[in-house]
Design a binder for this molecule. Structure first.
Ligand code: ADP
Ligand code: MG
Length: 626
């Protein structure tokens, strides 16, 4: 007795669209079903290497049967097959998120061609079939199953006889509709199938076979012919590969709907022999900065698929690349565990790391615009790469990072920074903030601006952590503008400051006392021009880093040292001195307001807004009484 089940909501919507399809590229259904068949064979082959329960087939093949009298087109494979559970999970509820994303894309673009990129390619069968039967047998089930659906709300599943492992997808083609020039019977013709396989599936690595009729001396014989050349795209001579072919391959194989930003196709021969086809995407996948994301490259040996995401082939700092490695040096009988210790694999990985780095450097030198596109998408990942493992990859990666500066709204590299730094400049200055505009408004910039020193804008959380690890670039140390100012001041200015600090010792002491719960020190500042105060941190942890660490579970208690710097040349300071002389009790309110103001300028939250407000109100009332 067949069990009747309902499609999940998102899948149902997609099916409606397929059943009532108005799309012109209906042909692509064949490509999708062949690609599923090829995937299924890949999986069976891989399992046969790693799981005793699965036997390899003597010869893998995808077979297309055309039956004009029954009006059926069948795509059969001897791949892994589907268990009952897999039929329900993989076909009844196919990647719901994929369905949704694909529907959204379709609404905007009407581009049904993209269906495979969203993990819902199977459904395209309903563009040409009024009913789809699947007869399948998995090595993990005792029996075969028949799955049937007309693409409406439901499908049925029942046990069925099938002796061999694999899947037959049987499409009951729709009736032709002459009015709309929809002639589905074309798909039963040899030349149509031949054309479509050549066009879309030529590189599939398993033979795609069909029976064809040959005429010789008026005698007709039926023979089985392989329609595809089976040369995978990466095995073709580079001169024979068009960019479009590579882009299409990338999009289909790695589920992206945009062309890659950059393609690296490399053939290495010698001690180590391998081909790599590696793509840098235009944009990070949605889960890129989550722990859901899995890096890795596909692994092939002589064109035979071994595994999908080999993590050991790609270091974390380049984990954004997608692609594959095909090496004849790898044994076909390798399990996952053996791969981890494979010396050849380690050598390939080391090679590839260098190759990717040099390609990026080339891009940086020759096509800055493209590199910036890359950097906007993945620059953060490169910075994490420098920070990781206590800076182990600093030398490899430091030429790849860029920053905007106070003088430049476009990115510059660290090398470019050093090239144009002032002769008397001893450090690489940086300032941290939420955006370039916010940093440009910070009072700490005044003194360096005067000197003409350029300042790197640190707007990513990782930036400061990265330079803490780097310490210096080409022997020039990094220096935060929000830390000690001493090397920005000449001796004359330093002396003048010291004298002023002595003159106002009592006042400074009073302010420090008023703020003892908030700041470690109160100092007079030599770097401020227009602003009355600014807030800086002592050596070590900065205020920005404190903000980042606060959100981490076991770092929450760590605090930066706060130092309040007051501008002695500002009117407000003169006013403070006066008040300190005439009405010292008032200093408490003034100091507290001053400190909160510094926090606000820096873009921090004030810790006690009610206290701030109360003091402010008090002061305003007093002023109005005068
Ligand atoms: P995708 O191939 O991107 O996963 P599809 O909609 O094309 O999305 O297929 C959905 C799922 O159905 C596949 O992931 C696979 O689990 C299963 N499937 C489809 N065709 C076959 C097949 N011929 N053999 C085994 N499983 C298949
Ligand atoms: Mg598919």
């Amino acid at each position: 007795m067949a069990k009747r089940k309902y499609f999940k909501t998102e899948s149902k919507k997609l099916l409606d669209l397929m059943v009532n399809s108005i799309y012109t590229h209906k042909d692509i259904f064949l490509r999708e079903l062949i690609s599923n068949a090829s995937d299924a064979i890949d999986r069976r082959h891989y399992r046969s290497l790693t799981d005793d329960a699965v036997e390899a087939a003597d010869e893998y093949a995808i077979v297309i049967h055309r039956d004009e009298s029954a009006r059926t087109l069948e795509i059969a494979d001897n791949g892994i097959g589907l268990t009952e559970e897999e039929l329900i999970n993989n076909l009844g509820t196919i990647a719901e998120s994929g369905s949704k994303a694909f529907l959204e894309k379709l609404e905007k673009q009407q581009d049904v061609e993209l269906i495979g990129q969203f993990g819902v390619g199977f459904y395209s069968a309903f563009m040409v079939a009024q009913r789809v039967d699947i007869l399948t047998r998995s090595p993990y089930s005792e029996t075969g199953y028949r799955w049937t659906s007309t693409g409406e709300a439901t499908y049925t599943i029942e046990e069925a006889d099938k002796d061999d492992i694999g899947t037959r997808i049987i499409l009951h083609l729709r009736p032709d509709d002459q009015d709309n020039e929809e002639t589905y019977s074309d798909y039963l013709k040899e030349h149509t199938i031949r054309r479509l396989v050549k066009k879309y599936s030529d590189y599939v690595r398993y033979p795609i076979k069909t029976d064809v009729v040959k005429k010789e001396d008026d005698k007709e014989t039926t023979v089985t012919e392989t329609l595809n050349t089976m040369v995978p795209i990466w095995k073709k001579a580079k001169a024979d590969i068009k960019d479009d072919d590579l882009n299409d391959f990338y999009k289909r194989q790695y589920h992206d709907f945009e062309d890659p930003l950059h393609t690296i196709h490399t053939n290495v021969e010698g001690m180590l022999t391998y081909t790599a086809l590696v793509f840098i995407p235009k944009n990070p996948p949605q889960d890129f900065y989550t722990d859901q994301f899995e890096k890795g490259l596909q692994l092939y040996s002589k064109g035979v698929f071994i595994m999908d995401k080999n993590k050991d082939l790609i270091p974390d700092h380049f984990r954004f690349v997608k692609g594959l490695v095909d090496s004849a040096d790898l044994s076909l009988n390798i399990s996952r565990e053996m791969l981890q210790h494979d010396r050849q694999l380690k050598k390939i990985a080391a090679h590839l790391e260098k190759k990717i780095k040099s390609e990026l450097e080339k891009m940086l030198k020759r096509d800055r615009e493209k590199y910036i596109e890359f950097y906007n998408a993945f620059g953060k990942n490169i910075k994490y790469g420098i920070y990781d493992n206590f800076g182990a990859k600093k030398d490899l990666l430091q030429e790849l990072v860029m920053f905007k500066t106070d003088q430049s709204d476009t990115y510059i590299t660290l090398a470019e920074y050093l090239e144009r730094k002032k002769d008397d400049q001893k450090a690489i200055y940086y300032a941290t903030g939420s955006s370039r505009a916010q940093i440009l408004s910070q009072p700490q910039l005044d003194a360096v601006k005067e000197k003409g020193y350029e300042v790197l804008m640190f707007t990513d959380e990782i930036d400061e952590f990265m330079v803490q690890i780097m310490q210096s670039y080409q022997d020039t140390p990094f220096k935060s503008l929000k830390q000690s100012e001493s090397d920005l001041l000449d001796d004359e200015k330093k002396d003048a400051l010291k004298t002023k600090e002595k003159d106002h010792k009592k006042l400074l002491k009073a302010i420090k006392k008023a703020l003892k719960d908030h700041v470690k020190d109160v100092k007079l500042s030599g770097r401020l021009k227009d602003a009355p105060v600014c807030l800086v941190s002592g050596e070590g942890l900065s205020l920005e880093m404190e903000k980042v660490l606060k959100n981490l579970p076991n770092q929450a208690g760590i605090k930066a040292d706060r130092i309040l710097e007051i501008n002695p040349d500002h009117e407000l300071f003169t006013a403070l001195s006066r008040i300190h002389e005439t009405n010292p009790a008032k200093i408490d309110d003034y100091a507290n307001l001053l400190y909160r103001q510094a926090l606000l300028i820096e873009g921090y939250d004030i810790d006690d807004p009610v206290d701030f407000s109360n003091r402010m109100v008090k002061l305003m009332l007093e002023a109005s009484e005068k």
